[in-house]
Design a protein around this ligand. Structure first.
Ligand code: HEM
Length: 406
């Protein structure tokens, strides 16, 4: 059969009710992936399920990122700080605009720059572990997993401990700006948190503009002053975007990592004997339960995905969740194994192509050092309520995790 015939004979994407993913999304993806490389999940939205297609779509030229302006309009976000933040984010921009904004942050989040902060990150993580209650049940998400990203990003940017606490208190409200469904009913509190963080970061940048302190915010301020490729309010918004991008994702991944390791006591034990396995535990958690279930793009022209024709101008989600369990990419993909050696060089959980996670090295390091701090600082953990990562697309949400530690 010729290629042309096989394309025209290809069935249209199967329409799947999103409710079907509620109970066990991994099982549903596995059932669908072999015979339905693309599914349709709503009127104008499709989802690609195979690892090879996901990679080709995200690195190819037939799709573009959805623009913040469109997001803000579609979600009917009232004008203000939160709306301007969404419209300005480099995550939600394309081409020159994206390059100019992202380029400013590349040195701050390079492997070398991040590695230089490892000791600071470890001491912040040790302090968080030291603060955990002993001998009584508590919510691990609130007391540890939530503190890791907000306090560590503050430490990395060069903010003081009290400033980190200020940020931690507001950052989860602000980060709802990038949630898949904007909670309009919480708009006032999202707006207030975004405005407060905006002004705080503005003050910090202005202070460092006059008197550099040798920290990441000072470097950013100096780099910006050199070429002023973007406006000052936009610089502030990009810092907010960095803070927001790393909060829900790292919080959920860290909690799932501890939970998955405790559900696999043999692997927890191995880690206790061999700290060199920590990076493998982080990589395997991101594969097994990715915090970003999918990333969305617009098709700019008619295109084919595994032979299935898709029109121009539709939303095409690439399912990282499905790709990360594709047997074409991983051996025995439903097995959680921290010693796995088949992770690709670019881990798909962090996206692919021009929008690949800029915080990759930071995210890995935060989770590595926090896990090491936990292994060293706690002699036993009992889990009373296990967390779940809800959702199958966009950012997935972690449920409470109640533990008791010694
Ligand atoms: C486990 C933790 C993390 C996961 C799973 C994750 C995942 C991702 C993914 C999948 C993308 C691609 C989005 C797309 O293609 O549309 C992305 C982009 C991004 N991430 Fe992360 N991320 C994590 C941690 C972080 C951290 C710690 C930061 C802060 C430094 C961060 C900041 C960003 C930003 C600013 C972008 C946009 C990049 C661009 O558009 O050029 N992320 N992340």
């Amino acid at each position: 059969m010729s290629m042309v015939q096989s394309y025209s004979a290809a069935k249209p994407p199967l329409r799947v009710d999103p409710q079907r993913f509620q109970r066990d999304p991994h099982k549903v993806f596995a059932e669908l992936r072999e015979n339905h490389p693309v599914i349709q999940i709503d009127e104008h939205g499709y989802m690609a399920l195979r690892a090879r297609d996901v990679s080709e779509i995200l690195t190819g030229k037939q799709t573009i990122q959805m623009e913040g302006r469109d997001y803000a309009r579609l979600r009917r976000i009232p004008p203000g700080y939160a709306c301007r933040l969404l419209q300005d984010l480099f995550l939600l921009s394309n081409n020159d605009d994206h390059r100019a904004k992202r380029g400013l942050f590349a040195p701050t989040f390079s492997l070398r720059a991040v590695e230089a902060l490892r000791e600071d990150v470890r001491s912040t993580a040790d302090a968080i572990v030291k603060d955990l209650p002993r001998g009584e049940p508590f919510d691990f998400i609130k007391r540890m997993a939530s503190r890791v990203p907000s306090e560590l990003i503050a430490a990395i940017l060069g903010l003081s401990r009290p400033e980190a606490a200020f940020l931690a208190d507001r950052v989860y409200r602000m980060s709802q700006v990038v949630s898949p469904v904007y909670p309009l009913e919480c708009h006032d509190e999202i707006e207030a948190a975004t405005a407060e963080i905006f002004h705080h970061v503005k003050d910090q940048l202005c202070q460092r503009m006059d008197r550099p302190r040798g920290d990441s915010l000072s470097c950013l301020a100096a780099d910006w002053k050199k070429n002023r490729m973007i406006s000052f309010p936009s610089l502030i918004n990009q810092v907010l975007g960095i803070i927001a991008g790393g909060t829900d994702t790292t919080r959920a991944t860290f909690a799932m990592m501890v939970s998955l390791l405790l559900r696999h006591p043999d692997q927890w034990k191995k880690l206790n004997f061999n700290r060199n396995l920590i990076p493998g535990a982080v990589a395997e958690t991101m594969r097994f339960e990715p915090a970003a279930g999918s990333v969305a793009r617009y098709t700019t022209e008619e295109m084919k995905v595994s032979g299935i024709r898709l029109p121009a101008g539709v939303i095409l989600r690439t399912s990282l969740m499905s790709a990360l369990r594709d047997p074409e990419l991983y051996t025995d993909p439903d097995r959680f194994d921290i010693t796995r050696t088949d992770h690709p060089r670019l881990h798909p959980a962090l996206g692919l192509g021009p929008h690949r996670c800029i915080g990759e090295f930071l995210a890995r390091m935060e989770m590595e050092e926090s896990l090491a701090a936990l292994l060293d600082g706690v002699s036993g953990i009992r889990v009373d309520i296990w967390p779940k990562l809800l959702g199958f697309g966009g950012l997935r949400q972690v449920t409470p995790m109640i533990v008791c530690i010694r």
